[in-house]
Design a protein around this ligand. Structure first.
Ligand SMILES: [Cu+2]
Length: 114
């Protein structure tokens, strides 16, 4: 059986999902951090030339390349390593700042436990 391949760009885009560690729409669990305990985040971009990601953390900041930030840009097939010393307890959002990706599920919670 052959299924037709759609060349309708809008239809194709509507069927693309954007995820974090394979999970979308806030369903990724296990990102539990401890207040004051340093953690290292490895972020890796996958996809093609249209998949520029901008991972963004709410509530806490990170160090990348000697700079304090809460967001980095991530080209396809590249990675960045960031260090966080969580100083703000609670459950926070971690998501891509590209609106298409956010709308397509690229959002996850992370929790800083007291
Ligand atoms: Cu993205």
């Amino acid at each position: 059986m052959f299924l037709p391949i759609s060349r309708d760009a809008e239809f194709v885009e509507s069927n693309l999902m954007h995820v974090i560690n394979g999970y979308g729409y806030g369903n990724l669990t296990g990102l539990d951090l401890k207040l004051g305990k340093r953690v290292r985040w490895y972020v890796i971009g996958m996809g093609t030339e249209v998949d520029l990601h901008t991972p963004h953390w709410h509530g806490n900041t990170l160090l990348w390349n000697h700079m304090r930030t809460d967001m980095v840009d991530l080209l396809p097939m590249t990675m960045k390593v960031l260090d966080m010393a969580p100083d703000s307890p609670g459950t926070w959002l971690f998501h891509c700042h590209v609106n298409d990706h956010l709308d397509a599920g690229m959002i996850a919670p992370f929790t800083v436990l007291p």
